[in-house]
Design a protein around this ligand. Structure first.
Ligand SMILES: NC(=O)c1ccc[n+]([C@@H]2O[C@H](COP(=O)([O-])OP(=O)(O)OC[C@H]3O[C@@H](n4cnc5c(N)ncnc54)[C@H](OP(=O)(O)O)[C@@H]3O)[C@@H](O)[C@H]2O)c1
Length: 263
């Protein structure tokens, strides 16, 4: 079997790193994007040790022109079979805080929304022209129903969900799959910064396994753990203020991102 080409943004940490290591086991050709050179190289080394061929690129996904060129270059090395728009940041509120700093909100919008568009757009024509490929976008349970701990993060993930759902219908007649990945709590540097009850928390390795299997089965939505997905979906049918009051019984401290708006 020929090596599959997998491109992952946010390949230097957490879920992206675990996906890279999982695909390395099948000897895939990996293209890993991230910003932290040493962590990116450490992941690349570990993947090469497992038999993968790895290219890395230090790039900020907010750089639209740079991302278009980088993804075009990746396609020219070998057609991309699976493209993960995974990189993202979290931001939120501490107990008692009512306003998220505008600079961290704008940075979160730029990375989690524009960054996903910058990743996905350059892949559409190469994949549809070839009539194959999968675009996997990483959303969040926070995108299923707004949570009173992280308003802007929830908004960015809801945008990703809507984009993935819309694009799925556009691209499927052209032979391209779009999958929306909806993780609950996964043990990564991102979730470790959040101080809250984390029901159903799982390792990044387990999350990567669920994602890879879901993509193999061409699932349109890969949501885990299932109980959390169904609970949040159920909440959307209940009176909104009732759900708000239930959620406010839980305490959460979600630190604001250290990312700042590029002005
Ligand atoms: N962990 C969870 O519980 C959880 C739950 C639901 C959804 N998610 C989503 O899963 C995805 C991965 O999160 P994670 O938990 O694996 O977090 P993580 O360990 O903090 O990793 C985030 C990754 O995104 C990259 N990244 C962030 N901003 C970037 C930028 N501007 N340009 C390029 N790369 C950037 C980081 O690269 P550098 O560090 O090299 O800059 C890093 O590789 C995110 O979209 C997140 O919202 C996570």
């Amino acid at each position: 079997m020929s090596r599959r080409h997998i491109l992952i943004t946010g390949g230097s940490s957490g879920i992206g790193r675990a996906l890279a290591l999982r695909y390395a086991e099948e000897g895939a050709r990996l293209t890993l994007f991230g910003r932290d050179a040493s962590r990116l190289e450490a992941v690349a080394r570990a993947c090469r040790d497992k038999g993968a061929t790895v290219e890395t690129l230090r790039i900020d996904i907010q750089n639209r022109v740079g991302m278009a060129a980088a993804i075009e270059a990746a396609f020219s090395r070998a057609p991309i079979d699976v493209l993960f728009a995974n990189a993202g940041v979290a931001t939120g509120l501490s107990p008692g805080q009512v306003l998220e700093p505008a600079e961290s909100v704008r940075a979160t919008l730029a990375i989690n929304v524009a960054g996903v568009f910058n990743t996905v757009e350059p892949a559409i024509i190469p994949m549809t022209s070839r009539g194959s490929g999968t675009i996997a976008m990483v959303g969040s349970m926070a995108g299923v129903r707004g949570l009173p701990f992280s308003p802007s993060y929830c908004a960015t993930k809801a945008a990703v969900h809507s984009y993935a759902e819309s694009l799925r219908g556009v691209l499927s007649p052209h032979g391209v799959d779009v999958s929306l990945i909806i993780p609950g709590f996964v043990k990564t540097p991102m979730s470790e910064r959040t101080k809250s009850w984390q029901p159903g928390v799982m390792s990044d390795t387990r999350a990567a396994e669920i994602i890879v299997r879901g993509l193999e089965r061409r699932k349109a939505v890969i949501a885990f753990p299932r109980f959390m997905f169904f609970a949040l979906r159920f909440f959307t049918f209940l009176p909104p203020r009732l759900v708000d009051s239930v959620m406010l019984r839980f305490s959460a401290d979600v630190p604001q991102t250290s990312e700042r708006e590029a002005v």
